[in-house]
Design a protein around this ligand. Structure first.
Ligand SMILES: Cc1cc2nc3c(=O)[nH]c(=O)nc-3n(C[C@H](O)[C@H](O)[C@H](O)COP(=O)(O)O)c2cc1C
Length: 249
């Protein structure tokens, strides 16, 4: 690509990071009285959901000072599994409810829109079969999507063959459903969706560090392969971020 074309693309990209449109009056679907989008995707009524440990029953001891002193991107994991309680803590820390209201969660989100769905590929969690699941924050349960399946190769391939991803106990993939935010913020949405994603993954970093585990964020992935792995349409829902976690050696 010619140098000035790249420069133009870079300048267009930078605009996404700016807040220049805020403060202007915008016609949004919310103002037009359109119904609010669902906060969580539907699932089959008869699905056999996987129970997780409720946050009120977790006994997690890590303290914030030492977590922050030690936080690192971890790319080397042990063979050890997460217990069901540890995994429940991690997934609750990223998107779980911490109030009876569905829009108050462990991570903040612009306008409390929570535009993400959290998918997990479980490799090593005691009592939970390997496979692909979607987290249901409202129920604090997992919806099985592909049970009893080793997805290590598919996930590593979607992560552009970053080899360390093969060692992880659990892979997290966040999709965005941009309309959840666009309904309220229209063209202002995309900057804040990207910021929201950072909060979600940082919670995972801190929570995993607190339980003797670790996380590495994954921003370098194949959009097509990741969306295909999750069976999402790539338009109204698509992968925006991922992370690997495991117990640290
Ligand atoms: C948005 C984002 C995307 C990242 N993507 C990758 C990635 O694809 N592969 C990788 O090995 N590390 C990735 N990282 C981890 C960074 O390389 C790491 O945070 C950085 O080197 C600083 O190290 P630290 O996290 O240990 O402080 C990513 C981090 C962030 C915040």
């Amino acid at each position: 690509m010619a140098e000035n074309k790249i420069k133009q693309k870079i300048l267009r990209g930078r605009k996404l990071l700016k807040a220049s449109q805020w403060g202007r009056s915008l016609e949004t679907d919310q103002k037009l009285g359109k119904p609010a989008p669902q906060v969580q995707k539907d699932y089959p009524e008869k699905a056999q959901l996987v129970d997780l440990v409720p946050s009120g029953e977790m006994s997690i001891e890590g303290d914030l000072l030492s977590v922050l002193q030690n936080r690192r991107s971890r790319r080397s994991f042990s063979e050890e599994s997460f217990s069901r309680e540890e995994f429940s803590f991690l997934i609750w820390a990223v998107q779980g409810l911490n109030s009876s209201r569905e829009y108050f969660r462990t991570s903040p989100s612009a306008g409390a829109r929570h535009p993400f769905e959290t998918y997990v590929i479980i490799n090593k969690v005691e009592g939970i079969e390997q496979g692909l699941y979607r987290y249901l924050p409202l129920e604090h349960k997992l919806l099985p999507l592909e049970s009893n399946k080793d997805l290590t190769d598919e996930f590593a391939g979607a992560c552009l063959d970053q080899e360390f991803t093969r060692q992880s106990a659990v892979d997290f993939i966040w999709t965005a459903l941009p309309y959840r935010t666009e309904w309220r913020y229209s063209i202002l949405s995309h900057k804040v969706i990207a910021i929201d994603a950072g909060h979600v993954c940082q919670n995972l970093y801190l929570a995993s560090e607190a339980i003797g585990g670790g996380t590495c964020a994954i921003g370098a992935y194949s959009q097509e392969k990741m969306d295909n792995l999750l069976v999402v349409d790539g338009e109204d829902e698509f992968a925006v971020y991922a992370a690997v976690t495991g117990k640290v050696k």
